[in-house]
Write a protein that binds this ligand. Sequence first.
Ligand code: MN
Length: 235
Amino acid sequence: MNASASYLFPPPAVVSVPVRGVQARFAVHRVYCVGRNYEEHAKEMGFTGREPPFFFLKPADAVVVAEAGETASVPYPSLTANLHHEIELVVAIGKGGRHIAVAEALSHVYGYAVGLDMTRRDLQNDMKKQGRPWCIGKAFDHSAPIAPITPASELPHIAQAAIALTVNGAPRQASHIHKLIWNVAETIAHLSAAWELQAGDLIYTGTPEGVAAVQAGDLLHGTIDGLDELRIRIV
Ligand code: MN
């Protein structure tokens, strides 16, 4: 691109996530999400048995960053009466690649964060029934809250971590990362066969059972052992 290029209007702002202990921020390229990646959640959605992982995307500017120690505001979205929470481990890619082997995959991970795959479940279900794309149920504005990233080098036991979500202090979701049907390395291998991963990509790895609706005013508190907590309020 020509360095002296001019634009008709200001180009989009860079979306970025803070990193624990590091001054530089993680600039977001794409947001990938894995569907039905915990057995008990697949069952609650009406599916059984292991199937190959499948993916959908959210736009990078759907990311809502909860800065360290802060509670981010997430507007209750339009067109839905059934906004669901999905607490998820987010993988932050630091080195891109295509057809990445499982054995090499973790060397492409920069770090991890707590994220929420917010879902307009009524719209997603309508689209499923009609065989139409999930975009309106999944890829809406403000649909990808995330807490600060922790470098992978500080997280040798992330695969054993507990993951949990409370709403207004009441437990909603609780599981363990080792219950992922497709683990982080396998997910990266599958994903990179379909798209060329790039530094800056985020991967929301799927949610455990217990998804349910939230209302305006609710405070959501997501935790994964070893990671910065995620706090958002629906407004
Ligand atoms: Mn999800």
